[in-house]
Design a protein around this ligand. Sequence first.
Ligand code: NAI
Length: 470
Amino acid sequence: MERKCKVLVVGAGPGGYVAAIRAGQLGLKTIIVEGDRAGGTCLIRGCIPSKAVIHAASRFEELGAHAGAGEMGISLPDGPLLNMGALVAWKESIVDKLNSGVETLLKKAGVELLQGWATFRDGKTCDVRTADGSVSVTAEHVILATGSRATELPFMPFGGNIISSTEALELKELPRKLVIIGAGYIGLELGIAYRKLGCEVEFIEALDRILPLYDAELLRPISMWLRKHKVPVHLGAKATAAKTRGKTTTVEFTDADGKPQKAKGDRVLVTVGRRPCTEDWGLENMAVDLDGPFVRVDSRCRTSMRNVWAIGDLVGEPMLAHKASAQGEMVAEIIAGHRREFDPVAIPAVCFTEPEIVGVGLTPAEAEEAGIATTIGKFPFGASGRALAMQAGVDSGFVRITARRDDNVIVGIHAVGAHVAELSGEFAHALEMGARLEDIAGTIHVHPTLTEAFAEAALAGLGHAIHVAK
Ligand code: NAI
């Protein structure tokens, strides 16, 4: 069968499906090809299912705090019981709901979802292996949105006890002990969740710190949590081998002093980064240049081949769903004739650890490196009534604003603390609008909410915070 369309999107993750919906809204005849379920890594086996597991784990830990004598005057004499199978089924129900939601949105936008694996013959034509046979699709414009996959360590490929984040989100039984290689975004988010569920966790991290994108001050509350919950973190440690005997896998690693060490677990989660999916779909048959492992694009997401566009994890860091979606929307609009460019002031990032971290723009050290003289305004959640009233002020969290010293224009906002992920929108908005400390301090923030900490941090930057003494 042969099909023709104006826009062909390959990959229905948060980059591709958003591009397709926007193209459909703009009246462009659009086909989107997906080899798995619509929603991509983010919705099917990444952001959403991990947030469901993280939420369930936090609930379990909170309920556990009420065991015995309890707290807040609430006690659960026998404590909570965990049924991992039911937890995973609940998580799946959320994934199913969102997956069918995406399919419906595509249909309502007039987009055809072609389920199957696409292989390009040339820049504008691909063959799609569907359940009903091969379909050849020719398009005027192609949007590549094939995403990324977990990186494997060559000496311990995925399989058996060695798992990636995908399997970690499907475990129907709680491991007794989880050894995690790589204390980055995924390792820490999942490791903390599994610890909350009662599993022992041990980290092996090659660098001399966890989450290298954030500075020591921001990471302190997380390190404190890991210490308090007896999670060993071996820094400067490189995994070298893994041997499985029976149900137990022993990971061999060298510690910071170069000495050989061992860590044993019944599961080993490898979270050492992700790499773009550039293989197995005929990229070599297209005249598209690479930039290292990524597809090279310009600020409009144009590849080196005319009318072939690429977005999301495929085109580089940061590998974040919201960046992919923003690029997808933009490309659809450019194809429809709009003048657009991908030029955000900053792309916010959140790590859903305990507590959560938000980062948007420059840290004080990065600003200094860029030659910017700064003013720093900081406000601790321990001084926020709302935070204390919801047990969010006990983990040493804070909001920190970095502004230019000469005109108070904000160049970076960082926060660590329970629930701070939900402040990320206001932070990103402030940066994108070019706000100064005075703009934030002069905006009336609702009392009592956690957002007051943002206004107070701006006041602190101006030298006159109200609820914290100098
Ligand atoms: P990552 O790049 O965040 O962390 C990988 C860690 O593994 C690094 O700290 C690295 O030093 C360490 N490592 C590498 N090789 C090692 C070895 N042989 N032995 C020990 N340690 C080793 O990668 P991660 O966590 O896999 O996440 C991948 C991407 O997914 C991230 O870049 C992020 O963009 C995205 N992501 C975003 C999330 C969010 O926004 N909340 C959540 C999860 C993932």
